[in-house]
Design a protein around this ligand. Sequence first.
Ligand SMILES: Cc1ncc(COP(=O)(O)O)c(C=O)c1O
Length: 429
Amino acid sequence: MSERYVNSEKLLERAVKAIPLGSQTFSKSVTQFPHGVSPYFAQNAKGAELWDVDGNHYVDFINGLLSVSIGYADNEVNRAVKEQIDKGVTFSLSHELEVEVAEKLIKLVPCAEMVRFGKNGTDSTSAAIRLARAYTKKDMVLVCGYHGWQDWYIGSTTRNLGVPEVTQSLTKVFKYNDVDSFDELVKQFKGQIAAVIMEPMNIEYPKQGFLEHIREVTAEEGIVLVFDETITGCRFSKGGAQELFDVTPDLATFGKGIGNGFPLSAVMGKQKIMQLMEDIFYSGTFAGETSSLAAASVVLDKVMNADVCGHLERLGTELKDQLNKLIARYNLADVVDCVGHPSWSFIVFKGADNITPFEMKTLYMQEMFKSGILTLGTHNLSFSHNAVHIAQLLKSYEQFFELLKECIAKQTVENVLDCEVLVPLFKVR
Ligand SMILES: Cc1ncc(COP(=O)(O)O)c(C=O)c1O
């Protein structure tokens, strides 16, 4: 048992007996955190900082898998939630907050004329696909990125166990920034495609004309275009990536950060399509649950009025610039790269002689956790991160790059890695 993570590891031993995988979320599980050098359980968090069950302190660059957009335990969000809890949470009738938050999203998001809520991103992406199928009376779906755990999507990935083949056959994957891979599928399944659903951006910026091409072709072919903005919504810009790149889809899904960690997602879009919600079946006991809506109402006010996205953009740009300078200073440009939007940037490991990218990533996580930085290889910023947090991150990178240089010179990580190397299990981006 490792000294630094004693309580985490004890809890994990109990957890794997009671809970398959020991966690509710794949990205929080042992599959993602190298055993022996990682924390597994959080105790509490505030702003951009988190404490694990062993009392170790971290600046958190995971941020509840990007659900914490404003900051952990934000005073104003929590005040609104507490006030709402005192009045009741889930009622026998609909509640005004549903209307209020829907109206705020309609104001913010270019494609949004009507809105329906859900709890997880998967609720909203799955509702969008059912709507698109009902609207077009077609079945095929083209996907690009990650869209949640439901059959229609996950059947197209390597983790398709339990998904009927007939369902798998209805979803096809195209490559981001690869117009040909998209065009070929549109040609192959001409007249059969209900929806194209895609993350408008994750790791790479869209090549010039890429999103516009998809918009044009889907409009011509009568295909419903869905932007899955579960992450990018209210992050890349107030109205999401669709506003940043000036390409308006027919439908969009938001999730994660709109509740600052309270569970809320939304599907929104053109009225003529959204109206069909009245004919399909999309309904949930907790979809209008008011503590999350109270949180979202405050989050959306902040996004609208407090320059949240500007803060993420400025701080993230500084982070990326400084990190790229460090990479250049350590002569590591052939080995690592920092890419993505400033508010959600990625460190990419390319490997070196006799050292695989996954060995590098595992060593990186071990060292980052040890130095008090929580990351899975991305920098997920929240409104609570500040220049001091970024400076701490960069200092940790500097220490890690020193170590990495030594490993590269010796062509091995063996002497410094205190755990098994992570295994690549599931890649969708
Ligand atoms: C782009 C995107 N879409 C959909 C989802 C699914 O959201 P949830 O895990 O809340 O169901 C995620 C979650 O990571 C996501 O990143």
